[in-house]
Design a protein around this ligand. Sequence first.
Ligand code: DC
Length: 233
Amino acid sequence: MERRNAAHQNDGMSATPLPLIAIDGPSGVGKSTTARRVAARLGWQYLDTGAMYRATALALQRAGLSLEDREGLERLLAGLDLTQEGTRIYLGGEDVSEAIRGQEVTRLVTPVSADARVREVLVDQQRRIGSSGRWVVDGRDIGTVVFTEACCKIFLTASPEARARRRFLELQAKGGSPVLEEVLADLQRRDQADSTRAVAPLRKAEDAVELDSSDLTLDQVVDWIVAKHLAHP
Ligand code: DC
């Protein structure tokens, strides 16, 4: 733990590299799909930390708890039973993979993921899961806080317009009737909240490589990350 704290202060530049690929970046940039595909190519496991924050927000919502109820929050966090199997996420044994993608959870997860106590508990779980290595982990603070000693850190970006367009098409493909301006405004709201919060704000680690995927296909992004990793394993 002390070593981690030391590493935390210098973005892991001097810690022993852990065979783990950290993929951070803003909402809607395609981190999860990219990370899952990179993991499959390398035969590694994939951890979706955003899903953990979402499942925690869902648990709070179901318990009718607000973040101001600190005792209730402590109790909930102490009993929080999150597991991930493949691409599915379970809360207390129940598959909540679809439930955590709803509008209400998407709204609630912003303040929940900005809560220092929530982050402390989830970061601890993430470290326990990934510390053996051979994981691809995506989130906002993986390279800067959770796995500062990761051997390979990617900061994946794309312009807000490119991200909004992709999300818009995704929602349309699912049968929805999204409005592009609303999708863009929602992404910008989440960008602003994630990068200005006091605890673990979204930012590029000093030793991360940035990839702007605005004009790249998913295959190109996956190939680029795998090549990068193989060049510097
Ligand atoms: O990647 P996503 O949209 O599923 O993430 C859900 C929320 O959780 C989003 O508001 C950002 C936050 N998050 C975070 O703060 N830290 C992480 N490591 C992953 C996600």
